[in-house]
Design a protein around this ligand. Structure first.
Ligand code: HMG
Ligand code: MG
Length: 301
């Protein structure tokens, strides 16, 4: 449809770097975020304010966020992931203006990622969402394992829809439905969005977060787009994964997403060659090529 606008949430600096064995210095992360902004991305997840004992890769959250805060004046939104009230205090003190809480559709992942049952995870997220909203900040609620879980198998769509409704009720203004381990296919995307709509949730409040384990991420985006979703998460070069999710591999690459969207006539505002240069630089620092086929095809030689 002519004039369709899509919002891309770039998650490489958080979802990408949180799983890297090698801990990059803050300067590399800052350069990554600046490069992404220069390539035209307008919503760039900057870091996460989780326990540095759990995710040492992002222990420099304060330093990184402070160093890129000026991008806010250029119209770049810089959401950060926050697990609990302690994390919110840290994030606000470092100047965060956009908050993300994160939860799970399954009990197994709740225990592994937050050391709590699902009720405990929701109870930890709720005061964060409420406080951030009371401050007038945008709040996004991530929901993981929406199509399947490595320990529990396929996830029931109605269960996902119910938790998504809880996230909105606790103060999130949007939700991101995560295929943490990349098992979704187009039919499953269609079914889950049907359940979400049946639960009374408008698709303008829904984002989709795919990992590309089985190479289905772009096909899943197409299914979401046709159903009416307009927000998609992706990571530069396809970096990413979750340290507490068995078999999680890279995110949908921003290059693949932009290549697809531009191909169907949706203007993303992203300069693809510039983005591919940023990903190539990062791949060089991480010592291996970017997983994304588009990123490799466009990489400077
Ligand atoms: P815990 O160990 O169960 O609980 O951690 P705790 O509350 O007893 O805290 C332990 C220690 O951490 C204490 O320090 C706290 O002060 C400290 P000590 O007194 O022992 O020295 N602490 C903190 N320090 C800094 N910032 C904080 C903070 N909170 C506690 N915010 C906790 C519970 C939730 C903190 C921990 O489990 C945690 O940080 N989990 C986060 C795991 C994570 O980041 N996973 C990756 C992100 S999820 C993902 O990638 C999926 C997504 O991409 C979507 C998708 O793909 O599906 C979003
Ligand atoms: Mg993820």
């Amino acid at each position: 449809e002519a004039g369709t606008r899509v919002r891309i949430v770039e998650v490489g600096a958080r979802d990408g770097l949180q799983i890297e064995r090698e801990i990059l210095p803050p300067a590399s992360k800052i350069a990554l975020i600046r490069g992404l902004a220069d390539a035209g991305l307008r919503c760039i997840e900057a870091t996460s304010f989780v326990s540095p004992r759990w995710v040492p890769q992002l222990a420099d959250a304060e330093e990184v966020l402070r160093a890129v805060a000026d991008l806010g004046e250029r119209g770049v939104e810089l959401p950060v992931l926050v697990p609990n009230e302690r994390g919110l205090e840290r994030a606000l003190a470092a100047g965060a203006r956009s908050i993300e809480v994160f939860t799970s559709a399954t009990e197994s992942f709740a225990m592994r990622n937050w050391n709590r049952d699902l009720a405990g995870v929701l109870a930890m997220a709720a005061p964060v969402a409420a406080a951030a909203r009371a401050d007038g900040l945008p709040v996004r609620g991530y929901l993981s394992m929406c199509w399947g879980d490595p320990w529990e198998g396929p996830t029931e769509p109605a269960r996902v829809a119910g938790i998504a409704a809880e996230l909105l009720a606790m103060g999130c203004d949007s939700v991101s439905l995560g295929d943490t381990i990349g098992v979704a296919t187009a039919g499953g995307v269609h079914r889950l969005l049907g359940a979400v709509t049946d639960a009374g949730i408008g698709l303008e409040q829904v984002g989709l977060h795919f990992h590309d384990t089985y190479g289905q991420a772009v096909s899943n985006v197409q299914a979401g787009l046709l159903a009416g979703v307009r927000t998609f998460d992706s990571s530069a070069g396809g970096m990413g994964g979750c340290p507490y999710a068995e078999s999680a591999t890279g995110n949908l690459a921003t290059e693949d997403l932009v290549w697809f969207l531009e191909g169907v006539g949706i203007d993303t505002g992203v300069d693809l060659p510039a983005l591919a240069r940023v990903s190539a630089e990062m791949a060089g620092q991480l010592g291996r090529p970017a997983p994304s086929a588009v990123a490799r095809a466009l990489a400077p030689h």
